[in-house]
Design a protein around this ligand. Sequence first.
Ligand code: GRF
Length: 216
Amino acid sequence: MAKAKVAVLISGRGSNLQSLIEAAAKEDYPAEITLVVSNRPKAAGLKRAAAAGIRQEVIDHKDFTSREDFDTAVTQCLKMAEVDYVCLAGFMRILTPEFVTEWRGRLINIHPSLLPAFRGLHVHERMIDAGVKVAGCTVHFVSSEMDAGPIIGQSAIPVVPGETAETLAGRILEREHELYPACLRLVAENRARLSGGTVSYDADVETTGVVHAPAP
Ligand code: GRF
């Protein structure tokens, strides 16, 4: 079967991009990363794309007078590249409802908390301040609300004694790098898909150590 074409949208470091690139390099992976788009010309993740020989586009939000115009330019770029799915990976822009509607069911995000808890920014500090005992990360289909939308997979870790925002961020990031490729695999194989306001899974999708999906 032909591999699904995936664009990854980044703004910075690109470690999740790297995990997707590495997963997609495997022969049996159902998706290929064909395009990386950054809204920041200096995003470190662009170098990762270059090293992997993946086409990169910089669409600098500062060149646009409105959010709508920026999003339209991104959509045009994605359509020209004929991508099937769009993965947000540390993409620090709020998307317009039009963009979210255009890519509905094909637009995925990763967030470093167990959603719906701790949406937004400074997540690790806020979790430490709140004294949570369990943390983790979530991959979800994007809806028009920030860090919300039907959950595809989650991975949980305990918060350990002496934990700081930095140590927690590092340990969650390790899980992110497993969870995102695992969830993209399910979506690209159409074994997990948006169905109304939730995600439906093929009956053979089982809960694993990485993707905690509903039992069939
Ligand atoms: C990750 O923690 C991701 O969950 C969040 O932004 C961060 C991006 O990191 N949305 P990286 O650029 O993938 O290294």
